[in-house]
Write a protein that binds this ligand. Sequence first.
Ligand code: HEC
Ligand code: HEC
Ligand code: HEC
Length: 423
Amino acid sequence: MSSRLLSGIVCVGLVAVLAFLALAWRPAIAPIETPAPQSFAPELVAKGKMLASAGNCQSCHTVEGGQPFAGGVGIPTPFGTIYSTNITPDRTVGIGAWSLAAFERAMREGVGRDGKHLFPAFPYDHFARLTDDDVTALYAYLMTVAPVNAVQPANTVPFPLDIRALQAGWKMLFFRPGPSLPDPQRSAGWNRGAYLSEGLAHCGACHTPRNVLGAESRGLPYDGAVIKDGWIAWPLDVSPSPARWTKDSFIAYLKGETTENHGRALGPMGPVIHGLKALPGEDIAAIADYFMSFNRPLRPKADALAQQALERSRTIGQDRRERGRQLYVGACASCHDDGGTAPLATRARLPLTTALWHDRPNNFVLTVRNGVGAPDDAPGPPMPPFAASLSDSEIVAIADYLRHTRLGLPKWPAELYDEIASP
Ligand code: HEC
Ligand code: HEC
Ligand code: HEC
């Protein structure tokens, strides 16, 4: 009796596995002769180049100092490191034998030419929103870049999570296919901004927290998330800093300028800004329209808080946090405010920076350690990296001092620094 029950269960299990495999199966798409670069209209290629820049294809598919688009960049995930692939038109290891249909399927469904499911470390869940025209332009551009024969390192995703067919299950749970549909209630600018942000520029891939299975949490869009090396992609639904975003300051930030109230884009936001520079000004304004339609200050009475923070920075005298004050005056005050005179015109105002107002110290510590160098294109004297000259506990002392004297907030709890402790 029990052995019959057992074989019954085994049969049902087998049928379920076979049904899943049938659902997960995707056919290979036949290889093609690599199209000649001249076969694509120059305007189409130019458009594709602009889109590739705004979509950050190059920065995610090029290792530092490596050949463009040859892949090999490790994307850390809680399930292991996934390496970006070679998307140059090399026939054997790149996408040289891919037809437009194969490329389109990868972008829209996350399936490779050979039929294998791709991991969502490749943000196809965003690229699925692209128009046919934009996908065609991206294809044309990639087919004209120099082919490179380079193979990326093997992923470190452990068995059984490395079984790509399982991604079909992930897609059933979390992936919403299809292009984005315009909202007729909204302006053309807003719709353009939504299209760019949700699709090509995949802002949510960093700014939206992920669930335990690595999918963006639908209920918490743009609520902020720790991404790589401890950097936090700040919340964009609410602003931790009481300084209000205006459309103009948002545009300036996205153009890579230092904004008076929100500093400038540092860490992993730097390459994003660099990529967005290819877009025309109207597109940047459209992205700002989109975020301005829902972004609001996190704290009540934000304007008064911002005012107080600036006021405090002008009037601090002696402070109990003497160690923090001395370190700050010695290392920082020459460029930032010294608690008495006005800040340098080109410098971000520390009393308003999200790096101090957020409830975690990550980006403050990482900015002080790394400095703000040439790749960040900051005007004026660059901020030196303090990793060698300030110890972790000295950086904490400066943070405590600034939080207390400028923001009127308690210090960050000690355990919050663990995640970003010096190696
Ligand atoms: C956040 C990083 C990231 C960005 C941005 C990104 N990719 Fe990728 N891409 C990856 C990773 C990682 C893979 C490999 C996924 C896998 O192995 O399952 C990949 C795979 C691909 C593939 C499949 C190639 C193959 O051999 O299977 C194509 C095509 C592709 N990307 C095109 C693009 C284009 C076009 C853009 C820009 C619009 C882009 N990617 C932007 C990370 C990225
Ligand atoms: C690769 C990950 C990544 C992507 C993609 C990304 N961001 Fe960011 N973003 C970050 C990080 C990290 C920060 C924090 C930077 C800092 O501390 O200076 C940030 C900061 C910001 C800020 C500043 C918020 C504040 O309170 O100071 C804005 C605004 C912003 N991003 C907008 C965007 C928009 C719009 C997009 C899409 C066009 C986008 N980001 C795409 C990682 C990303
Ligand atoms: C030589 C000048 C210089 C010194 C010294 C300096 N900084 Fe900076 N700091 C900058 C520049 C430049 C930026 C980029 C933003 C800008 O252009 O204002 C910056 C940005 C920052 C930011 C990010 C602000 C934001 O919202 O983008 C923080 C936080 C910061 N500095 C803290 C410090 C601390 C703490 C010290 C001392 C340990 C320090 N800085 C010393 C020049 C300096």
